[in-house]
Design a protein around this ligand. Sequence first.
Ligand code: MLT
Length: 237
Amino acid sequence: IVDICLSPALYPYYQKENDVVVVVDIFRATTTMCAAFNNGAASIIPVADIERAKRYKSEGFLVGAERKTRRVEFADFGNSPFEYTPDKVSGRDIVFTTTNGTRAIEAAKDCGRLFIGAFSNIDNLADTCLSSGERIVVLCAGWNNCVSMEDTLFGGAFVKKLSERAEIVFGSDAVRIAMELWEKARNSPMDYLKNADHYHRLIANGAEGDAAYCLQRNTVSVVPYYNRESKKLTVLQ
Ligand code: MLT
């Protein structure tokens, strides 16, 4: 069974103990996390609030922090995938907080297995999730608990991938909605997303290149997952 939870506000209605949950925040948090791992980051410590991130910073951690699409002033990085270069992140533990992406991780952290999804790791992610044999739920981070086009679109693309690899059962109409969106957009996702709210926020902040990067498929080899004991994200080897 595969389902798509279109907003973190709906997650309590989806939550089941053994689920495999894929958290996605296409623009940009989960794409940025995948880029950081692909460039050698050792781990990412997701935190939901700025104060905790600040405490980590005072203890000497590297910190990525974004609010309202901008880097938070005390942080080493904002939320652009291009900032997390190998020379800066290789072998490092990075504390990370963003407006919606890290909140979605927080909401789902007690599920069976939590993976970080993006267009950049979509094929490996599909294989990894299918091998678990459990129900798969795509949790879209959205924006302030509202639905976002880019995360929904990813949901559709991801379910399409899964259905090409295995017999799957749709958990709800959210899957059909997302797949229809993907069918419409698949030939030119970038053009399609030029209407999206968050695309306009990115443009307003000079991050048009980030949007294009976030839609490229299979550019990284990593599938980040959340370790409940250490409360860190690391990658499957
Ligand atoms: C978020 O977590 O809301 C974002 O990834 C926003 C962004 O920086 O683009």
